[in-house]
Design a protein around this ligand. Structure first.
Ligand SMILES: Nc1ncnc2c1ncn2[C@@H]1O[C@H](COP(=O)(O)OP(=O)(O)OP(=O)(O)O)[C@@H](O)[C@H]1O
Ligand SMILES: [Mg+2]
Length: 278
């Protein structure tokens, strides 16, 4: 679905990405993590064809982004900017979502139906001016317009930034449901709880390289990777690691794996988050 092959990229002669390679298959939910300035947004923009690699290739759904217009890629890739104001340009919320549905090949009736569906799903008033809304509400409008065409691949650059806890869970539940229905998701997030609860795989960028790639739980327990990228693991793996350290100090036979399994058995983290927000 999305493949980076030895991708190098830089701005004005300054390297940001050096020889980055990874592949995402259909249906994956991958979190992209890394410290500020690591190049996450740049990688996202390379993934939707807004930026082209200086060397190497980016393949989206079998197409080399260098040879396809960004507007044609838009049908394959839904892209949410880190700052929603970079993509909002319509006078009403309804207009913004309809804009996202243009050039999708849907007939007018289907476009209207999908727009209504998005308004309801996100609890939005279609008549409002997006620029009169709060930062979190504008984030929801931008996300609704990206999701409306139901693209096969979603690249989301910090979708929950600016949202309160309840809204964060609402949005993540929508994204998670889309993923369960088959949408491939690459999501940048600094929120380790969100990553731990929803993503299956984590990619960690640092110094222009992928320094970590694997199941989220394994990456969060990899101290070298987490520390090299100034990342703090989510509470449960972190707690398990601390208890594991204590066990080791006191000569206990308990391993970190035992502790993780025990903690997760006794407490379904995602379930609790949803219950707390409902
Ligand atoms: N348009 C640009 N022109 C020049 N340099 C840029 C441009 N966009 C990004 N950079 C630089 O490239 C590097 C990577 O930026 P990028 O925005 O991809 O990082 P990021 O990982 O998304 O950071 P953050 O977590 O703060 O969003 C940074 O050093 C940044 O200053
Ligand atoms: Mg960024």
């Amino acid at each position: 679905m999305l493949r980076f092959e030895n991708v190098c990229f830089g701005y004005r002669g300054e390297d940001v990405m050096a020889d980055v390679s990874f592949e995402m298959v259909e249906g994956e939910f991958t979190a992209l993590m890394g410290e500020n300035g690591a190049g996450k947004s740049t990688l996202c923009r390379l993934g939707n064809g807004l930026l082209k690699p200086m060397s190497g290739r980016v393949m989206v759904g079998g197409h080399n982004t260098k040879h396809v217009k960004t507007s044609s890629l838009a049908a394959l890739v839904g892209f949410l900017f880190q700052n929603p104001d970079r993509q909002l340009c319509s006078g009403t919320v309804r207009g913004e979502i309809m804009l996202g549905l243009e050039n999708t090949g849907f007939d007018k009736a289907t476009r209207l139906k999908r727009c209504d569906m998005m308004l309801e799903m996100f609890g939005l008033d279609g008549t409002r001016d997006p620029f009169g809304l709060s930062r979190g509400e504008r984030q929801k409008v931008a996300l609704a317009s990206v999701l409306a065409p139901k693209p096969g691949l979603l690249i989301l650059d910090e979708p929950t930034t600016g949202l309160d806890y309840r809204e964060c869970v609402t949005i993540m539940d929508i994204i998670s449901r889309l993923n369960e229905e088959g949408t491939t998701i690459l999501m940048v997030s600094h929120d380790m709880e969100v990553v731990g609860d929803f993503a299956k795989r984590a990619l960690v960028l640092s110094g222009g390289h992928i320094v970590g790639d694997g199941p989220v739980r394994e990456i969060m327990r990899d101290r070298a990777v987490m520390e090299s990228s100034s990342l703090l693991p989510a509470q449960i793996p972190s707690l398990a690691m601390r208890i594991g350290d204590l066990g080791a100090a006191f000569g206990s036979a308990f391993t970190i794996d035992d502790m993780v399994a025990a903690v997760e058995r006794s407490r379904d983290c995602s379930g609790m988050r949803r219950a707390a927000a409902s």
